[in-house]
Design a protein around this ligand. Structure first.
Ligand code: GTP
Ligand code: MG
Length: 425
């Protein structure tokens, strides 16, 4: 019984950060990033009981926070009975060590928190390998000093590996485990490459659903294709790319791929380990950038997405911004300005609003759009009829005295090829 109680206990956490006022606003600590940190903490089963923010343009190299703030934080930990302190930044191994010594509490940073959530949500073999690899690479340089604390304190955020296992904290074992995981990942990569090669042969046009975490990518995939991918109001619900076919109204087939969400300050170990998953965006022909149109932070979200896409080498692909969750809008928003001149649509994936408009935009992005035309083919041109049937785009057929009246879907090239047979209306 006591075992279950410890498992379900939510950790009490204080969140902390330094607002530097830096020009790189996306990497600074602000009210918004702290709000996001609280949501991350909640997803990892920790409850934020207090917030400490320091305004300081230069970070303390050894301790991250200034001396006075550390004292304040220590007192708050005692008063509020907090188990751990979560920092809204990636801390250096030395900073973590010094802060833990000064506070006498467990210290984790944003990266560790995100890695912990990924570890909880990884379902497939590939996801699990990638997360554990990222976690161990992150942990290795931070083990000195922390290892003893981690084993002393037992469970908690940052100690969980994928699939309810505990993370290895013995340095020698970690090295061995890392090389094993790297080999496993290599196999998975080969398999993924094989699948890609097969898809390429099939010549299917691939659209990737990308965007900030919780924007509604999986909900949209489900809406468009009838798939049943898990869509949840928690961060990083999707870790594995799911592919589904979508048939457009002119019968062209495309593939949609759901992808792992982005977030500010995504740990670089995670990006590295998830490279082959994230590369789905690089291999896509075009991107549907899904954004929560009702979130006041949507412009920052789009900026983060665009930066990460550039880093992955997918920044130049044709894009359509999909402002989602319009059902939640309480006032009009200028999506034209927010899209920065890129093509966009406004939809609600949940309610199904304007999904037709989105489909029409997709049909324009995918090359080879077909138009419905009616031809009249004389009976002595049998080979033309068989060509049209071979292309499998015949909608209807009728036998008249002067020939076969055939309605079919033709792309621009075929339209020109058969234009002499256009039936007069
Ligand atoms: N009100 C509203 N909620 C939506 C809409 N689309 C998605 N949601 C909700 O937003 C939450 C996140 O949706 P997901 O589809 O899981 O989002 P995602 O982008 O796949 O998220 P991750 O996989 O975690 O990165 C869920 O609770 C959805 O029900 C929408 O159009 N309107
Ligand atoms: Mg998802």
């Amino acid at each position: 019984m006591s075992h279950i109680e410890t498992e379900e206990k939510r950790e009490r956490a204080i969140r902390a950060g330094v607002h530097t006022g830096s020009l790189d606003a996306l990497n600074d600590t602000t009210e918004e990033t702290l709000a996001e940190l609280a949501r991350l903490a909640d997803t990892a089963d920790a409850e934020v009981v207090a917030t400490l923010i320091q305004n300081k343009s230069v970070l303390e190299k050894a301790t991250y926070l200034g001396e006075g703030k550390i004292e304040e934080l220590k007192a708050a930990c005692e008063t509020l009975d907090a188990d751990l302190v979560i920092f809204d930044d990636e801390l250096s191994p030395m900073q973590i060590r010094n802060l833990e010594d000064a506070l006498g509490k467990r210290v984790i940073d944003r990266s560790m928190l995100i890695l912990d959530i990924f570890a909880r949500h990884a379902e497939t073999g590939e996801g699990k390998i990638q997360v554990e690899l990222a976690q161990l690479r992150y942990l290795l340089p931070r083990l000195t000093g922390m290892g003893s604390k981690m084993s002393r304190l037992g469970a908690g955020i940052g100690t969980r590996g994928p699939g309810e296992t505990k993370l290895e904290t013995d340095r020698r074992h970690i090295y061995r485990r890392i090389s094993h995981l790297k080999e496993e990942l290599e196999k998975v990569k080969k398999h993924r490459e094989l699948l890609r090669a097969r898809r390429k042969k099939e010549n299917r046009y691939i659209l990737a659903l990308v965007g900030y975490t919780n924007a509604g990518k999986s909900t949209l995939l489900n809406r468009l294709t009838g798939a049943t991918v898990l869509a949840q109001d928690k961060l990083f619900a999707t870790l594995d790319p799911t592919m589904r076919g979508l048939t457009l109204s002119d019968r062209r087939e495309v593939m949609l791929v759901d992808t792992v969400g982005f977030i500010r300050k995504l740990p670089h170990h995670l990006i590295e380990a998830f490279k082959s998953t994230l590369e789905e965006t690089v291999y896509a022909d075009a991107l549907l950038i899904v954004a929560d149109g009702a979130d006041p932070e949507v412009d920052a979200h789009l900026a983060v997405v665009s930066r990460l896409l550039d880093d992955l080498g997918a920044g130049d692909k044709p894009k359509l911004i999909v402002f989602n969750k319009t059902d939640k809008l309480t006032e009009d928003r200028n999506f034209g300005v927010l899209s920065g001149g890129a093509p966009f649509v406004e939809i609600s994936a949940k309610e199904g609003n304007a999904v037709d408009t989105l489909l029409a935009s997709i049909e324009n992005i995918v090359p080879g759009k077909k138009k419905e035309v009616t031809l009249l083919v004389p009976y002595d041109k049998g080979q033309i009829l068989s060509q049209l049937h071979g292309a499998q785009t015949v909608v209807s057929e009728e036998y008249l005295a002067e020939g076969t009246k055939i309605t079919c879907l033709l792309d621009a090239a075929d339209y020109n090829k058969y234009r002499d047979f256009l039936a007069e209306e």
